[in-house]
Design a protein around this ligand. Structure first.
Ligand SMILES: [Zn+2]
Length: 93
């Protein structure tokens, strides 16, 4: 299942973000896994669209971290580096 991660801005705006596993796990977890291949398979299977659908159903703004690595909240203009944020959250680094 593709990573569909929730992010809540300090101002209360909710986002649902697709982050490729290679960006989060690529160097930190296991070099034995070809994370790029995992991402390519999940993207080809339409799992990014699934994340997008979940975002729409839950009233979140969908963000594709492949295209938008630096999120600027449309409400309060604060910025967050998504990959760093989720790496820290998922890996504790
Ligand atoms: Zn905000």
């Amino acid at each position: 299942m593709a990573l569909g991660l929730s992010y809540r801005c300090n101002c209360g705006e909710h986002f649902k973000i697709y982050v490729p596993k290679d960006k989060v796990y690529g160097e930190a977890v296991s070099r034995a896994v070809d994370w790029q291949a995992v991402d390519a398979r999940e993207e080809a299977d339409g799992e990014v669209d699934d994340v997008k659908r979940v975002a729409e159903h839950t009233g979140c703004t969908f963000i594709d971290a492949r295209k938008i690595p630096l999120l600027r909240c449309p409400q309060c203009m604060s910025e967050v580096d998504l990959v760093n944020h989720f790496r820290a959250r998922l890996l504790g680094v």
